[in-house]
Design a protein around this ligand. Structure first.
Ligand code: GTR
Length: 407
């Protein structure tokens, strides 16, 4: 008898808990700390003073001009040194991940008359579901254990099993293969192979070198019969996210760029100056090898930059851009990240896409805005690339690529 009363009581309690959780006020990101006023350069205003009104004008006049400004003042220019590439599948396992995927490991070798360099691309393609599969290419800026091809070590930084289960091919390369992440005067990695001496003030830095490496992986991915070469997203976290954005700006073959917690020099507006965030001078001092030499001229002079980071996102339009923040990652300036995603909208509109919409509010913590061409989310927690971040990006990719027949 007592049990009969107890069970309905428990059910009522559970239901009221669910309702309470649903009705709990959403946690919003706190307002800005005080900061000096700033004026952003306008994405559709060409340097000659004309206003861009069509996609054609954007593509022929303003986009090339902006791309050049980013090359010259921020990331640097790829050298014109000739080199040769060979691509070789060095390992293949059609029954990887317990039969869920086919593993391919590919060595890409770059050679000049002087010397050569090898980078390793790891790729899992799903055995189930529609083929060729859209792919996510991770710029891995953490240890090799995060992209273990044997899957003995697993990490949410590259949740390859989960991606494969959603019908995506999962690819990754280790950034240190292309350029070790330390300031050695640009002698090692791809710089040792291709750089000319003396280096020009707009010669590429390490981020641009990693971005170039992502494009070389894409050279392979577009030849793999199981990968949809027109649906490859380049994704990275933090310094990897900065790299992903620049890779997609430089290489129009990337269908999507995903920058997680990329912050300063990635998706965060440089002109928002406040204590507690990474600034141009801080990043140039901490990582003197990441950008080109010219970028250092803007230490403490962000307002004089001819560009700001919303323009980097705009360079990728009408292709998709997804960015994400963590509530606790003030160093990356979450609101500055959100604002640059909203401000890329005018270029998407030239292509009939609405971006994140007209004057959108910053989403509550734990929520995502899946727009037309643009995505932004903010989650609880610290600076990291988590499974939850990946799920949000996969949801956006499902929507963008209208994936109805996924497994
Ligand atoms: C931070 C750095 C950022 C970001 C990050 C990372 O310390 O200040 O610019 O790139 O590291 O790559 O994890």
């Amino acid at each position: 008898m007592r049990l009969f009363i107890f069970i309905p009581c428990l059910m009522a309690l559970a239901a009221s808990l669910v309702t309470a959780a649903e009705n709990a006020p959403k946690k919003v990101f706190p307002p800005d700390p005080p900061m000096p006023e700033y004026t952003l350069p306008e994405v559709l205003k060409a340097r000659a003073g004309t206003t861009i009104t069509t996609a054609k004008e954007w593509e022929t006049a303003r986009r090339p001009e902006l791309l050049e400004l980013f090359r010259q003042h921020v990331y640097g220019r790829v050298p014109a040194t000739p080199y040769q590439t060979t691509m070789r599948v060095v390992n293949e396992n059609p029954r990887a991940m317990g039969g869920a995927a086919t593993l391919r490991e590919i060595d890409l070798t770059f050679s000049t008359a002087k010397t050569s360099l090898v980078m390793r691309l790891t790729l899992f393609v799903p055995n189930q579901g529609p083929k060729p599969a859209p792919a996510f290419l991770l710029v891995c800026n953490r240890g090799l254990t995060n992209i273990d091809p044997t899957r003995q070590q697993r990490s949410d930084f590259w949740p390859a099993e989960e991606g494969v289960a959603r019908g995506y091919a999962m690819a990754a390369f280790y950034n240190g293969d292309i350029d070790p992440d330390r300031h050695d005067g640009f002698t090692n990695g791809i710089h040792g192979l291709l750089d000319v001496s003396p280096r020009a003030p707009d010669a590429w830095g390490t981020l641009a070198a990693w971005a170039w490496g992502a494009s070389r992986c894409l050279d392979y991915l577009t030849t793999d019969k199981d990968v949809a070469g027109d649906k490859v997203a380049v994704i990275g976290h933090s310094r990897g996210g900065k790299t992903a954005l620049w890779a997609a700006a430089e290489d129009p073959r990337f269908a999507m760029a995903i920058a997680n917690d990329s912050g300063c020099g990635g998706d965060a507006l440089s002109r928002r100056i406040f204590k507690g965030r990474e600034s141009v001078s801080i990043i140039n001092k901490s990582f003197p090898h990441w950008f080109c030499e010219n970028f250092k001229a803007f230490n403490e002079r962000e307002q004089d930059l001819p560009v700001d980071q919303h323009m980097l996102l705009a360079l990728i339009a009408p292709r998709a851009v997804a960015t994400g923040s963590a509530e606790g990652d003030i160093w990356a300036d979450p609101r500055g990240q959100f604002l640059s995603a909203t401000l890329a909208r005018p270029v998407y509109q030239l292509y009939g896409k609405g971006g994140l919409g007209k004057e959108p509010a910053m989403p509550a913590i734990g929520e995502a805005l899946h727009g037309e061409g643009l995505h932004y989310h903010i989650r609880e927690g610290k600076h990291n690339l988590t499974l939850g971040d990946w799920q949000s990006y996969w949801d956006f990719a499902d929507q963008t690529w209208q994936r109805k027949n996924k497994p």
